[in-house]
Write a protein that binds this ligand. Structure first.
Ligand code: NAD
Ligand code: TYD
Length: 351
């Protein structure tokens, strides 16, 4: 079986659902259930014996070692992280704790476990670390997209901690020979995306009649990938990736933030028109820019396409349509995750 960390979060829960929809290999899912983790994402697996959920911290060495030994794990997939740039600006400590110390702990537990495996299992064991394009820093408008050999130039506390974790993973390969793989992916979107990030926040605010906050001039560019395409890329790297290699994953969908918000508004105008006939675009509000805001990310995903044969299935248009439909059809999910502490976050971030 495989051990997934952070499998109650946005990408982790999509991965668990996606995996169990096409494999009969069981998953142990360990998640601390921070504000970003939500067991409701996994409720369709309630009676599925192939999904074992454990509430816990990747920094807990005893727990991790116990799980690895008790379940004879053949691979660890590390999704667990503090993941929101704006939160990392307000309070970086949790990011150091989980993204750096937590990953270090996971690597050490994995190393001890792996070291005692028999030759065959030792060879086939994998530690797959899920990381981000943000470790590469920011691109100027005409610069080529990030390749795997682009220098690391992280600019936010979030990306600096992810960069640190990538370096630790690399060191565990070179120093101890651990069979690791690292994936660096661009911005994801889709179902179960917590409404602190741009796309779900804009959908949520639009439907409530609240302002749609655009940082600065809204011309920052991100390369958007529908979440299940990220899941298929991770499965592909786990299965076929060459030990020690890193793989960039991206959708080849570079869009300025304002363009993304316009797309959401147009989809909502068509699918859920406002009673007064006005467009959701009228709710767009320009707000103070994020400190140290990276201007542009873009991924060159040609290595994973060429060497492993992975390709995304969704275009930006099909992915955005699916996403808006999902939020329109699941208002209760958003309602549940935005009660309580979420309101404190909005008050802090969007004064
Ligand atoms: P998320 O914030 O939605 O989910 C993170 C999950 O990790 C949550 O369920 C949370 O409870 C759990 N968690 C946090 N700290 C933990 C700890 N100490 N121990 C165990 N569990 C813990 O994040 P996401 O968007 O799903 O991102 C998942 C991974 O993918 C992260 O490593 C992130 O850096 C990476 N990534 C995200 C994106 C993106 O666009 N969201 C893009 C590329 C890479
Ligand atoms: P986000 O979803 O936080 O992802 P990341 O910062 O990891 O790329 O933000 C995506 C882009 O949208 C980023 O350029 C910041 C911008 N943004 C806004 O303009 N307004 C907002 O309210 C948020 C949350 C993000």
């Amino acid at each position: 079986m495989i051990l997934v960390t952070g499998g109650a979060g946005f990408i982790g829960s999509n991965f668990v659902l996606d995996w169990l929809s096409q494999s009969d290999e069981a998953i142990i899912n360990i998640d601390k259930l921070t504000y970003a983790g939500n067991l409701e994402n996994l409720k369709s697996l309630k009676d599925n014996p192939l999904h074992i959920f454990v509430k816990g911290d990747i920094g807990d060495a005893n727990l991790i070692s116990e799980l690895l030994n008790n379940y004879s794990v053949r691979a660890i997939l590390n999704f667990a992280a503090e993941s929101h740039v704006d939160r990392s600006i307000h309070g970086p400590a949790d990011f150091i704790q989980t993204n750096v110390i937590g990953t270090f702990n996971l690597l050490e537990c994995a190393r001890k476990y792996w070291g005692l495996l028999g030759e065959k299992d030792k060879k086939s064991f994998r530690f797959l670390h899920v990381s981000t394009d943000e470790v590469f820093g920011s691109l100027a408008p005409q610069e080529p997209a990030f390749t795997e050999s682009h220098p690391y130039e992280p600019n936010s506390p979030y990306s600096a901690t992810k960069a640190a974790s990538d370096h630790l993973v690399r060191a565990w390969l070179h120093t101890y020979g651990m069979p690791v793989l690292t994936t660096n992916c661009s911005n994801n979107y889709g179902p179960f995306h917590f409404p602190e990030k741009l796309i779900p926040l804009v959908i949520h605010n639009a439907l409530k009649g609240d302002p749609l906050p655009i940082y600065g001039d809204g011309q920052q560019i991100r390369d958007w990938l529908y979440v299940t395409d990220h899941c298929s890329a991770i499965r592909c790297v786990l299965e076929k990736g060459v030990v020690g290699e890193t793989y960039n994953i991206g959708g080849c969908n570079e869009k300025a933030n304002l363009q993304v918000v316009h797309t959401i508004c147009e989809l909502l105008d068509a699918k859920k028109p406002k009673s007064d006939g006005s467009s959701y675009k009228n709710q767009i509000t320009f707000v103070t820019d994020r400190p140290g805001h990276d201007k542009r990310y873009a991924m060159d995903a040609s290595k994973i396409e060429r060497e492993l044969g992975w390709r995304p299935l969704q275009t930006f248009e099909t992915g955005m349509t699916k996403t808006v439909d999902w939020y329109l059809n699941n208002p209760q999910w958003t309602e549940n995750v935005t009660s309580g502490a979420y309101k404190d976050w909005l008050a802090k971030q969007y004064v």
